[in-house]
Design a protein around this ligand. Sequence first.
Ligand code: NCD
Ligand code: ZN
Ligand code: ZN
Length: 347
Amino acid sequence: MNAPAQTITITRPDDWHLHVRDGEALRTVVPHTAAQFGRAIIMPNLKPPVTTAAQAQAYAGRIRAAVPAGVAFEPLMTLYLTDNLPADEIARAKDAGVVAAKLYPAGATTNSDAGVTDIRKTYRTLEAMQKAGMLLLVHGEVTSPDIDLFDREAVFIEQQLKPLRRDFPELKIVMEHITTKEAAQYVAESDQYLGATLTAHHLLYNRNAIFTGGIRPHYYCLPVLKREIHRQALVAAAIGGNARFFLGTDSAPHPAHLKEHATGCAGCYTAHAAIEMYAEVFDAAGALDKLEAFASFNGPAFYGLPRNTGTITLKRESWTPPESFAFGEAELKPLRSGEALPWKLIA
Ligand code: NCD
Ligand code: ZN
Ligand code: ZN
């Protein structure tokens, strides 16, 4: 048997699902992402949400201003789909370089109050997107309180996604941050118009992580972590060579005091060590040779964009992320703070 690899060099990856927030927060989180990734799909769930081409362009400018000098990083912008996003905004958005619109079922997750209450209300806009070749990114959970929290993704596929794909067979859709074997299987069995992102935390952890030795709010995100059988199905999808699965961290920073709270916010912050965490997953599965396609090739292929040209190098070297980062006036507690990681980005 070969000795395990000590370093790995891959084409510079991209993050196909990222929250960077706005204002002062950008100064902390944008440099973390830009140190690893060439591009990132920027989620539009600000308060108020990003719903026009002009707002997306202005937001991109604020993100670029937070990229450290000498670092090449490109934010890829998205619009927040609402019940009344006008169909003619799609052409303007396309011209402004916006690559996708994001569907949040109303109330499904952080800052989703403006989300879609009935998908049929968006059909004219979806038609315009299908025509323009703009992608639809979905937070795939139903919001009905009657449906068990752990079943909401699987039910979304049956109740919402299947009819939607029947009505828009050539609309490119990404099921974001999938968390279940049902989703992994549905995406695997579908055609070239459906892809999925996988987060590092859903590949590393099952739902026990939220309840180990007490309630651990920094492991709480939506869709919530699931059982071990689901985690294993996600790892199998990530390393399995199907090009429609790709990297999307869903790194979602919140002030620590709002996560450590009676009604703690959903979202795990992973941008400080994202590619290292994915490397840990692929290494543990004996599939480090599959990391590059997942992290650097599959996403651009699905979006119809070129691959990045540079490379990054990771080394097998233990290091420990700090307990917290400054986050405007607040603190940001990263996932794995104070806990060693086996892989380190060195160049
Ligand atoms: C995200 C956030 O905080 O913006 N939270 C999360 O738990 N994933 C929103 C989202 O992606 O659903
Ligand atoms: Zn989401
Ligand atoms: Zn997200």
